[in-house]
Design a protein around this ligand. Structure first.
Ligand code: RTP
Ligand code: MG
Length: 142
């Protein structure tokens, strides 16, 4: 999910382009403004953390671009491409390392495990919004 800072800074296309160029497949993409309740559910694992309120305020502060992305080992691959939570600790070449400074404005959310991906996808998308298709160059990538 491209967070509101990414959308407002016009970085959404740039970031999605990195995933496309890597060979990953975009199955769904939707601009939306997340309401407080959905934000609290999405980030429920952090409900007791001191930064929870700021996190919910941030993620609801403007439109996000929610996506579903598919590819072999794509959860760990995308987390690696995204970089450390604190952009100042993120390696150069990662999305957060290249485009962000502040942990509270770190451009992108990425699911951290198959179970959380499944849960998060169902929070933001109906099944009918997820497109299955074959890329013409899939056999060059796999
Ligand atoms: P995300 O869930 O957004 O993909 O980020 P993440 O896995 O790298 O980090 P996580 O620990 O899940 O934290 C979720 C988001 O909360 C904000 N945060 N602020 N002030 C702080 O110490 C702090 N720690 C985390 C960040 O926006 C982080 O992405
Ligand atoms: Mg997380």
């Amino acid at each position: 999910m491209l967070k509101p800072d990414a959308v407002k800074r016009r970085l959404a296309g740039e970031v999605i382009g990195r995933f496309e160029k890597r060979g990953l497949k975009i199955l769904a993409a939707k601009m939306m403004v997340i309401n407080k309740e959905l934000a609290e559910t999405h980030y429920g694992e952090h409900a007791e953390k001191p930064f929870f309120k700021d996190l919910v305020d941030y993620i609801t502060s403007g439109p996000v671009l929610a996506t579903v992305i598919e590819g072999e080992e794509c959860i760990s691959m995308i987390r690696k491409m995204v970089g450390a939570t604190n952009p100042q600790e993120a390696d150069m070449g990662t999305i957060r390392g290249d485009y962000a400074i502040d942990t509270g404005r770190n451009i992108i959310h990425a699911s951290d495990a198959p179970d959380s991906a499944k849960r998060e996808i169902s929070l933001f998308f109906d099944e009918s919004e997820i497109c299955e298709y074959v890329l013409p160059d899939e056999e060059l990538i796999y």
